[in-house]
Design a binder for this molecule. Structure first.
Ligand SMILES: NC(=O)c1ccc[n+]([C@@H]2O[C@H](COP(=O)([O-])OP(=O)(O)OC[C@H]3O[C@@H](n4cnc5c(N)ncnc54)[C@H](OP(=O)(O)O)[C@@H]3O)[C@@H](O)[C@H]2O)c1
Length: 330
C-alpha cells in the first residue's frame, strides 16, 4: 500500500511517500481502507519529535481518520457484532492515517452515521472534543456568556465557535483573513474582527460596553504568543482565560492582570482528560456525533489534498493559509 512515512524526526518536508506492507491484523483489531485523514497542527509536532508522546520512527503519521472496515480479527468478528466489513467508522489513534490502509484496535472505532460526510468525520474529533471539553467541563460556560475566540477561522478555534453558538453563547471571533472570518460568522459568531487590527481591543470593549459589561466572559486561545496579554486584558470582571494551545509560542501572562478584576486562567488538556476519563470521553464523542448527524453542530467541509500532497497540506496549515480544516484523501 502507499503511505506517507516519517523515517526520522524532522521538518515535514522530509516525509516521503512510500510503498510499504499493509500493517498486520492482530487480535482485537480491524483493518480500514482509509477514506480521509484529517490534518492537524499536532501532526507537525509529532513528525518533528516535539509532541509530548513520541512515536518510534519509522511511522506513518495522521492520527484522525475515517475508513471503511475491510477485515476484522477473528475475536472482533466473534465479540463485536456492531462491527462488520463495509461499516464506515472514525478513529483517533496514535497514527497511521496518511496511508491507504490502517489497522486500529476495534474498541477505539465509532460508527459514522449517514448524516456525516467523510470529510467531517475525518476532521471534527480533535477540534470539537477540545472545544466541548473546554467550554462545558473547564469553563462551565452558560447560555448568553460572551466568548472571544482567537484563531476562529480554523481548527480548534472554528470548532469552539460552532460549539459555543450551539450553546447559545455570544461569540466574538478574531481571525486574520476575510475567508476565516466569513467561516466563523457562518458558524454562528455574532461579529468577526481582524485579529491584526490595531483597534481590536477597543472594538471588543465597546461592543461589550453596549451591553453594560466591562469585557468578555471567556477567552478561548489556541494561539498564544505575544498577543495573549492583549486578550487577557479584554476579560470582564470575573472573566476566564482558557489556555488551549501555542501555535505562536508559549506566552507569559502578567499575573497582576489576573488579580485585577478577579479574573481566572484555566488550562485545557483534552488529551489528558480523555485518557483518564475514557467513559466520559466516549459519552461526549457519541453526543457530538449525534449532534453533527442531525445538523445541530456543523463542522466545515474540509479542503482535500491527495496523499502525494500531504506535505503541501501540512505546509499550508503551518503557514497559516488554511481556512477551516484540511484533509488527505488516499
Ligand atoms: N488543549 C488541548 O486539549 C488541545 C487539543 C487540540 C489542539 N490543541 C492545540 O491547539 C492549537 C491549534 O491547533 P489547530 O489544529 O486548531 O491549528 P490550526 O488549524 O493550524 O489553527 C491555528 C490558527 O492559529 C493562528 N495563528 C496565529 N499565529 C500563527 C502562527 N505563527 N502560525 C500558525 N498559525 C497561527 C491562525 O489563525 P489566524 O491566521 O486567523 O490568526 C491559524 O489558523 C495547537 O497548539 C494545538 O496543539 C490543544
Amino acid at each position: 500500500m502507499r503511505a506517507v512515512l516519517c523515517e526520522r524526526y524532522g521538518p515535514f518536508d522530509d516525509l516521503v511517500l512510500a510503498e510499504v506492507p499493509s500493517p498486520e491484523l492482530r487480535p482485537g483489531t480491524v483493518r480500514l481502507q482509509v477514506l480521509a485523514a484529517g490534518v492537524n497542527y499536532v501532526d507537525n509536532l509529532i513528525v518533528g519529535g516535539r509532541y509530548q508522546v513520541k512515536t518510534p520512527t519509522p511511522f506513518v503519521p495522521g492520527f484522525e481518520f475515517v475508513g471503511r472496515i475491510i477485515e476484522l480479527a477473528d475475536d472482533v468478528a466473534r465479540d463485536a457484532p456492531h462491527l462488520s466489513v463495509g461499516a464506515r467508522v472514525l478513529a483517533l489513534s496514535g497514527g497511521g492515517g496518511f496511508a491507504e490502509e490502517v489497522v486500529v484496535p476495534a474498541h477505539i472505532v465509532t460508527i459514522v452515521p449517514d448524516g456525516i460526510t467523510d470529510g467531517q468525520a475525518a476532521t471534527f474529533v480533535q477540534s470539537y472534543m477540545t472545544a466541548a471539553f473546554a467550554l462545558r467541563h473547564r469553563a462551565g460556560a452558560e447560555r448568553d456568556d460572551s466568548l472571544l475566540v482567537i484563531g476562529a477561522g480554523s481548527g480548534v478555534g472554528l470548532a469552539a465557535v460552532d460549539v459555543a453558538a450551539s450553546m447559545r453563547m455570544r461569540v466574538i471571533a478574531a481571525a486574520s483573513t476575510e475567508e476565516k472570518r466569513r467561516l466563523a460568522l457562518d458558524r454562528g459568531a455574532e461579529v468577526a474582527f481582524d485579529v491584526n487590527s490595531e483597534s481590536i481591543t477597543t472594538d471588543i470593549r465597546e461592543l461589550m460596553a453596549a451591553d453594560g459589561k466591562d469585557g468578555v466572559d471567556h477567552v478561548y486561545d489556541p494561539v498564544g504568543g505575544d498577543r495573549a496579554e492583549t486578550w487577557l486584558r479584554c476579560l470582564a470582571t470575573g472573566g476566564q482565560y482558557l489556555v488551549v494551545g501555542f501555535v505562536a509560542g508559549i506566552p507569559s501572562l502578567p499575573l497582576n492582570h489576573v488579580l485585577l478584576r478577579n479574573r481566572r486562567v484555566t488550562g485545557v488538556d483534552w488529551g489528558g482528560w480523555s485518557a483518564r476519563q475514557p467513559a466520559e470521553n466516549a459519552a461526549l464523542l457519541n453526543e457530538l456525533v449525534h449532534q453533527i448527524s442531525i445538523g445541530r453542530l456543523r463542522p466545515v467541509e474540509p479542503t482535500a489534498y491527495p496523499l502525494d500532497r500531504t506535505v503541501d497540506a501540512l505546509r499550508d496549515l503551518a503557514e497559516r493559509r488554511a481556512s477551516g480544516k484540511l484533509v488527505v484523501i488516499p
